[in-house]
Write a protein that binds this ligand. Structure first.
Ligand code: AMP
Length: 284
């Protein structure tokens, strides 16, 4: 079946009506689509009759010193990806179409939006939740799929849906990686060859922590991961660590020594001009 491109909300309404009966799954993205996004679209198809993908680089979730203006935009290639994955509608609104000039109201991510990743990106999760809620209201999906790669984002979207009674089921999707371990990201295309070698330390650190998780407690897991990151701080270019944390996957509060059950080992670092995040889920 054909792919419809809807560039504004009126076109989206029309395209949505034309889908006919059946469950709708939404996959929100910022474009520059890669295998990770494809895996979300495939999972979405397992949960619904029709898949809608949004491609919107959301200005609200970028800080003033972040990469909004140079974020990769590869629209034609993105459409081909959606077509290949059997997506029915691609919603590609402009910022002017999404945000009224006199807008006032935003979603607040609360305390959980200000810790870990949120401590380094003030306002980021408010911007994410605001656009996600708007996309839910515009597309009115039954289900929406988000990557575990952005673990705190996924946890906050689950929180928003629970706290605000949003009638959308949230599905989390596993992180897709390169064969050498690097988590796929639209920002990987910023990496030079040397940057990329340094960037591999993120996933290597997570694997080192996970390997210790069989026997060691939280302190041992963090020590093993930190040792890899400290070594990479001496590479050229160096890895500049923002944070390494073992956290409760639902709240992102630090997992204490008595923590049992699932925990998330999460890392963020800059390599050259690129900021990268990654995580793994462990069972303690
Ligand atoms: P983005 O376009 O970066 O905003 O990402 C759109 C969605 O794709 C989010 O739910 C991300 O968590 C997810 N995603 C990004 N990278 C990956 C990956 N390597 N594996 C799985 N999902 C991913």
């Amino acid at each position: 079946m054909d792919l419809t491109v809807a560039a504004d909300r009126a076109a989206l309404d029309k395209a949505r009506d034309e889908l006919g009966p059946g469950r709708i799954a939404l996959v929100p993205t910022m474009g520059a689509l890669h295998e990770g996004h494809r895996s979300l679209m495939r999972l979405a198809r397992e949960h619904a009759d029709h898949v809608v993908v949004s491609v919107f680089v959301n200005p609200l979730q970028f800080g003033p010193d972040e990469d909004f203006s140079r974020y990769p935009r590869t629209f034609d290639a993105d459409l081909r990806v959606c077509e290949e994955e059997g997506v029915r509608v691609v919603f590609t609104p402009s910022a002017d179409d999404m945000y009224l000039p006199d807008r006032q109201v935003e979603v607040s991510a609360g305390g959980m939006g200000g810790v870990v990743e949120g401590a380094f990106r003030p306002g980021h999760f408010d911007g994410v939740l605001t656009v996600v809620l708007k996309l839910f209201n515009l597309v009115r999906p039954d289900v929406a799929v988000f990557g575990q790669k952005d673990a705190q984002q996924l946890a906050l979207i689950r929180r928003m849906v629970a706290d605000l009674d949003v009638p959308v089921s949230i599905v989390g999707a596993p992180t897709v990686r390169e064969p050498d371990g690097l988590a796929l990201s639209s920002r990987n295309r910023y990496l030079s060859e040397a940057d990329r070698r340094t960037a591999l330390a993120l996933s290597r650190a997570l694997r080192a922590g996970a390997a210790r998780g069989q026997t060691a407690g939280p302190a041992g897991i963090l020590d093993a991961a930190r040792a890899v990151l400290e070594e990479a701080a001496r590479f050229d270019p160096p890895l500049l660590l923002d944070y390494l944390i073992l956290a409760d996957p639902a709240t992102f509060a630090p997992a204490g020594d008595d923590h049992r059950g699932e925990a998330i080992l999460a890392v963020a670092a800059k390599v050259g001009t690129t900021r990268l995040i990654d995580n793994v889920v462990l069972t303690l």
